[in-house]
Ligand binder design. Sequence first.
Ligand SMILES: *C/C=C(C)/C=C/C=C(C)/C=C/C1=C(C)CCCC1(C)C
Length: 233
Amino acid sequence: MKEVLLQPNDIVGISFWVISMAMLAATVFFFVERNSVKASWRTSVTLMGLVCGIAFVHYMYMRGVWINTGSSPTVFRYIDWLLTVPLQMLEFYFILMAVRKVPSGIFWRLLVGTLVMLIGGYAGEAGLINVNAGFFIGMAGWIYILYEIFAGEAGTIASKIKGPAAGAFNFCKWVVTIGWSIYPLGYLFGLMMGQADPITLNVVYNLADLLNKIGFGLVIYAAAKQMTPASQK
Ligand SMILES: *C/C=C(C)/C=C/C=C(C)/C=C/C1=C(C)CCCC1(C)C
């Protein structure tokens, strides 16, 4: 009979559980703390609460799929990303908006890059297109996002601001460059190198989510706290 409970040697299953609880804790934290920061930063902190909350629910389902079937919860994984990555792209927009007025085109272009990245990745992982083709389409979307935040309109505006907002934008920029590079590496090692390896794929994606959702959120929260005058703390 197939075991349907979490086994002590199931490293992927355990990582799904641990991260589920971390997402829950982070969700509560961001919502409870949002009013302790300056008004212009509250939307950013709320967004992080939503990102972690959406991920929490998906992690509970992904854990179930993994433990019950031993296969990658691809559909839940991509639905989660499809909802949470655009929210994180909004974050760039709000960080800039917290200090000055910026055109909304920035957000729409980041959204287009996100969709290309995720649709390419999903099609490749779900077997709808060749795995390598999915990778290259996904990479194109990601590179487009990087272009926008480094050299495009968002990057140009960000280079003119100062203080903690500039610091938060810069940090997020490197999260999207370095933190996000873990995902294509997971895809590369889990799907493209020889035999498909769902253990590597899911462990890598899970660790990447921990860093890029909770870690990302905490840094935004820290910047928001720094921008908040002592009288308001
Ligand atoms: C909270 C979830 C996040 C931040 C998810 C991010 C996902 C990526 C950056 C995925 C990127 C991919 C590529 C750049 C190419 C190969 C396919 C993907 C979708 C794994």
